[in-house]
Design a protein around this ligand. Sequence first.
Ligand code: GRF
Length: 199
Amino acid sequence: MANISVFASGNGSNFQAIAEKIKDTRHCICSCICDQKDAYVLTRARDLSIPSYIIDYSKRKRKETEEEIISILEKQNIDIVCFAGFMRIITPFFINKYPKRIINIHPSLLPKYPGTRGIQESFESGDREIGITIHWVDEGVDTGEIILQKKCIRTSEDTLESAEMKIHHLEHTYYPEVIMQIVNKIDNRNKILQSWREN
Ligand code: GRF
């Protein structure tokens, strides 16, 4: 099995889609890490019986908050971290603890429209193709190596809300799928390591 931690700051619809996909597998979503005490994702986590941890970023150095998060992840033996609307920049200190073990979902076709307004900027651009990017997290803002992109068409009838719905539909379909593929690979690697240890 592989242990997953999902980081989120808001609504948590991606968190929920991931949790539903993982539910009946041998893998585990061990934690929801959240930086907002009133975020709806916390309600979702409670309803799904997934432990959540609220990390207080106020008046603290980022390294201190990251040390707190890392101590949670280490206790849970986390194999992979999935950002799902986590609105914090993480530092190289954290990234180096989980090299090629942190992924993110972004609601635009990167490298177009990085940052926090991906959907709105895609919509306002008038681009006919909009979409999502799933990528590894590196030290930049939405700059890591791309794992998967999926597109949909923005028609002249689309409003910001309908375009947003199309984007979320892609996210909820493909992000859990990509996570499953990655955790299956991690699981296989863990099994091989385990059998080496036993022999
Ligand atoms: C998603 O659009 C995701 O791509 C972006 O933040 C949003 C989170 O939505 N990074 P939700 O909290 O999962 O509903």
